[in-house]
Design a protein around this ligand. Structure first.
Ligand code: SF4
Ligand code: SF4
Length: 715
C-alpha cells in the first residue's frame, strides 16, 4: 500500500468507518429496547449500502456510472428503511408501558441476532475493502469469486479496519466484559493486525509472522494456564475457547497454504469465521458472567476439542515458521503428490499429503521450538508450584534436555560439526532415537548401540526410567506442564484410560508392546539390508526404520497426545506403544529405582491416597503396596515424583543408587518425615491444624483400595 495523499485519505475513511461501526455495534449490543437495536442495525446496513456507489463507479468510471452508483446506494437505503419503519410501528409501545430507561438491563440478544450483526459488519468491511482496494489500483477480480473474496479479505483495508473495529468494540464494551475476556479480544485484534497476507513486502511478511506467532503462543499459554486455574468456565468462555482455537487452526493452515501454494482463500475464510465468532461472543457479554458449566476435567469431548484444535494451529504455525526461517529445506520440500487422476488416486494422494504435512511439520525444528516455548512455559509454572527440590531440579533438567536434544543438537550442532554427515535415510537406527543417540551422529549400527545403550542404559539402571521418560525425552515437557498434568484425572475417569490403570501389564499392553518391538526390529533389519544392497525396501521412498520413527514420533505420538482426554496422560507409557520407553523399561527392571515410604503405618491411616491420585501414569495400586511392604516398584513408573509431591504426610521418597550407597555406608537412607501423620494431624496439609479430614470413598476417587494383602507387582 503506497502512502500518497489519496491513499492517506483512504486510511482516514477506513478509520472513520471503524470508529462509527464500533459505536453502532456497542449501541446495538447495549440496546435497552428493541427499537434501539433495530435502528443501530439499520444504520450499519446503510453504511454498507453506501459502498454501492463507489463500487459501481469504479467498474464504470463515467458520468453515467456515477449516476447509477448513487442511484443504487440511495435506492438500497430507501428499501431497507421500510422494514425498519414497519417494525417500529408494529412494536409501538403498548398503552401504559414506560420506555426502558438508561437503568434498564440491556436486551438479551439471541445467537441469530448477534450473528446477523456480525454478518452485516463483515459485509460492510468487505464492500469497503473491495472499493478501497480497487480505488488504490489493486487487481481484485482475479481467480473468480473465490479469488476476489480472498483478495479483498486479505487486503490491508479489510484486515486492519477489522482489527481496529474489534479493538474499539471490545474497549467500548469493556464494562460488561471480564478482564480475561478483554485480554483475549485484545490479543485477537493484535494478531489480526499482524496478518502476513496484508502486505506483499518480504520484510512485512517476516516481521508479521514472528510477531503474530509470538502473540498466538502467548495466547495459547494464557489459555492453558487459565484452564489450570479455572476448572469451571462461564458459558461464554466454555464456548469461545474451542471456537477461537478452531478458527486459529484454520487460519494457520491457511497461512501455510498461502506461503506454500500462493492461494489465500483458506486464510480469508478463517478471518471471516473469526469475525463471526467474535461478534457472537461480544454480542452476548452476559454469557461470560453466567453460571459456570460442569468442570472441564469431566468433559473429555470439550478438552479433546481444545487440545486437538490448538495442536492443528501449532502444526500450521510450525510449518509457517519453517517456511519462513528455513526456506532451503521447506519451500518445495514437502513430498506432496498431485491431486489428479482417478478418484481412488486422488483420495490416496490426499491421505499421503495429509500424512506428510503432519509428519514434516511436526518434525521441524521450528515446530519443536514453538512447542518448547509454549509447553515449557507451563512447566515453568509447575516448577513455581513445586515444593519438592528434587522435582524442581528434574523439571529444570527436563527443560534443558528439551533445548539440547530437540533443538540444539539436531538443528544447530550436527549441521555445524558434521556438514557432510550422511542423510538420515541412509543410517540404520536400532533403538533410541532421542537423547544422546540421535541418528545424525550414528554412522553405523554399532556406534548407535554403543553410545545409546551404554550411556543412557547405565543411567537408567542407576536412576530409573525417569532418566528417559521424565528427563531426556521431549515428551515429558508436553505432559508435565500445569494444565496437561491436570489432565491425568482422565486416566482414572475415562473408560479407555481406566483400562491401563495400575502397574499390571495387561494382555492389551503386552500385545501392543510386542507389535511395536517387532516392527522396530523388522524395519531396522530391513534398513540395514537396504544399505548393504541385499534388499531394496522403501516406504514411500523412505528408509523403513526412518519411516517407522516418523510414524511413531511425528504422527502417532501427537495423535495420542491430543487424545489424552480419552486415553489419559502419559499414554505412550501406559499403553506401551513407545519402543524407546519399552527399552528403558528393560533397564529399569534391573535397576535401583523404587518408591519407598518412611512409615507404613502412616499409609494405613491415610484416607486421601493422594500419591495415587497424583500419579500421571495411573499407578493407582501403589498405596496398597506401601501398606504391605513399604515400597513400590513398577516398570511403568517414570519417576515423575508427583506422588512424592502430593503425599500430604511427607511420607514418600524416591530411592535409587544414591540411597543404596547410603545404606551400604550404614547411613540413614533418607531424612525423617517433617510432618505429623494422618492420625495426629488431619487434612490435606497436616501443618494446617484446622483443616478437617474428608474421607473419600473408593468409588468417589475411583481407586482400588487395597486393604488386605496385595500381590507383588507383576513387573
Ligand atoms: S515412553 Fe517414549 S515417548 Fe513416552 S516418555 Fe518414555 S521415551 Fe518418551
Ligand atoms: S498419600 Fe502418602 S500417606 Fe497416603 S498412601 Fe500415599 S504415600 Fe501413603
Amino acid at each position: 500500500m503506497s502512502t500518497g495523499p489519496v491513499e492517506a485519505s483512504f486510511v482516514g475513511v477506513a478509520l472513520g468507518m471503524a470508529v462509527v461501526t464500533a459505536y453502532l455495534v456497542r449501541w446495538a449490543i447495549d440496546a435497552r429496547q428493541r427499537s434501539q437495536f433495530e435502528i443501530a442495525v439499520y444504520l450499519l446496513v446503510m453504511m454498507g449500502e453506501m459502498w454501492a456507489a463507489p463500487l459501481v463507479y469504479l467498474s464504470d468510471p463515467s458520468h453515467q456510472g456515477l449516476l447509477v452508483g448513487v442511484g443504487a446506494s440511495g435506492t438500497a437505503m430507501m428499501v431497507t428503511v421500510v422494514p425498519l419503519l414497519l417494525s417500529l410501528f408494529r412494536t409501538g409501545r403498548p398503552q401504559g408501558v414506560a420506555l426502558a430507561g438508561p437503568d434498564a438491563p440491556p436486551l438479551a440478544l439471541g445467537l441469530g441476532a448477534v450473528l446477523g450483526l456480525g454478518a452485516i459488519v463483515l459485509a460492510n468491511e468487505f464492500l469497503m475493502g473491495w472499493a478501497l482496494s480497487a480505488a488504490a489500483g489493486a487487481t481484485v477480480a482475479v481467480g473468480g469469486a473465490v479469488g476476489a473474496f480472498a483478495a479483498v479479505v486479505n487486503s490491508p483495508w479489510f484486515l486492519l479496519t477489522m482489527a481496529a473495529e474489534m479493538l474499539l468494540s471490545a474497549v467500548l464494551l469493556r464494562g460488561r466484559l471480564p478482564r480475561s475476556v478483554m485480554a483475549i479480544f485484545l490479543a485477537q485484534a493484535a494478531i489480526m493486525v499482524f496478518s502476513p497476507v496484508a502486505f506483499a513486502s518480504p520484510s512485512w511478511v517476516a516481521v508479521s509472522i514472528y510477531v503474530s506467532s509470538g502473540l498466538m503462543i502467548g495466547l495459547f499459554v494464557f489459555l492453558f494456564e487459565y484452564l489450570y486455574r479455572h476448572r469451571q468456565l462461564s458459558e461464554g468462555l466454555s464456548a469461545y475457547w474451542p471456537e477461537l482455537v478452531g478458527v486459529y487452526a484454520v487460519m494457520m493452515t491457511g497461512l501455510f497454504a498461502w506461503m506454500y501454494f500462493g492461494g489465500g482463500a483458506l486464510f480469508a475464510v478463517a478471518v471471516a469465521l473469526e469475525m463471526l465468532v467474535f461478534y457472537a461472543a461480544l454480542g452476548r457479554p452476559a454469557r461470560f458472567a453466567s453460571t459456570p458449566t460442569a468442570p472441564w476435567p469431566s468433559r473429555p469431548n470439550w478438552a479433546f476439542a481444545v487440545l486437538s484444535l490448538v495442536f492443528v494451529a501449532e502444526l500450521g504455525m510450525g510449518a509457517v515458521l519453517s517456511l519462513q526461517l528455513d526456506p532451503a529445506d521447506y519451500v518445495g520440500g514437502y513430498p506432496f503428490l498431485a491431486l489428479s487422476g482417478a478418484p481412488g488416486t486422488i483420495v490416496l494422494n490426499a491421505v499421503s499429503n495429509g500424512f506428510w504435512y503432519f509428519a514434516t511439520s511436526a518434525a521441524s525444528s521450528w515446530f519443536l521450538i514453538m512447542m518448547g516455548l509454549e509447553m515449557g512455559a507451563l512447566v515453568v509454572f509447575k516448577m513455581r508450584e513445586s515444593h519438592n527440590l528434587e522435582n524442581r531440579i528434574r523439571l529444570a533438567l527436563m527443560l534443558g534436555c528439551y533445548a539440547a536434544f530437540a533443538v540444539f543438537f539436531p538443528s544447530i550442532y550436527f549441521a555445524l560439526v558434521f556438514p557432510n554427515a550422511p542423510p538420515p535415510v541412509t543410517v540404520p537406527v536400532l533403538g533410541w532415537s532421542m537423547g544422546i543417540g540421535s541418528y545424525p551422529l550414528a554412522v553405523g549400527v554399532f556406534g548407535t548401540l554403543l553410545v545409546t545403550y551404554v550411556v543412557t542404559g547405565a543411567l537408567t539402571v542407576l536412576f530409573g526410567r525417569r532418566v528417559i521418560c521424565s528427563v531426556f525425552c521431549t515428551a515429558p515437557v508436553m505432559y508435565q506442564g500445569t494444565t496437561i498434568d491436570a489432565m491425568k484425572s482422565f486416566n482414572r475417569s475415562e473408560p479407555l484410560g481406566r483400562k491401563y490403570l495400575s502397574s499390571r501389564l495387561s494382555a492389551l499392553y503386552a500385545g501392543t508392546t510386542a507389535a511395536v518391538m517387532l516392527a522396530l526390529v523388522g524395519t531396522s533389519i530391513l534398513s540395514y539390508l537396504d544399505t548393504t544392497g541385499a534388499a531394496n525396501v522403501y516406504i514411500q521412498g523412505n528408509d523403513p526404520s526412518v519411516f517407522f520413527f516418523v510414524l511413531s514420533f511425528s504422527v502417532v505420538w501427537y495423535v495420542l497426545f491430543v487424545s489424552i482426554p480419552y486415553a489419559g496422560n502419559y499414554n505412550c507409557v501406559t499403553m506401551g506403544w513407545c519402543y524407546t520407553g519399552t527399552i528403558a523399561q528393560a533397564f529399569h527392571k534391573v535397576g535401583f529405582f523404587k518408591l519407598k515410604v518412611r512409615d507404613r503405618q502412616v499409609c494405613w491411616d491415610c484416607t486421601t491416597l493422594d500419591c495415587a491420585k497424583g500419579c500421571p501414569v495411573g499407578l493407582v495400586d501403589m498405596p496398597g503396596h506401601f501398606r504391605q511392604t513399604g515400597e513400590f516398584r513398577s516398570t511403568k513408573c517414570c519417576g515423575v515424583g508427583d506422588c512424592v509431591e502430593d503425599c500430604p504426610y511427607d511420607n514418600l521418597y524416591i530411592s535409587d543408587v544414591r540411597h543404596w550407597f547410603r545404606r551400604r555406608l550404614g547411613l540413614p537412607e533418607t531424612r525423617a518425615r517433617r510432618t505429623a501423620g494422618p492420625v495426629a494431624r488431619a487434612g490435606r496439609r497436616p501443618t494446617v491444624l484446622a483443616a478437617p479430614v474428608v474421607p473419600l470413598s473408593a468409588e468417589a476417587i475411583r481407586l482400588p483400595m487395597a486393604s488386605g494383602p496385595v500381590a507383588a507387582p507383576a513387573n
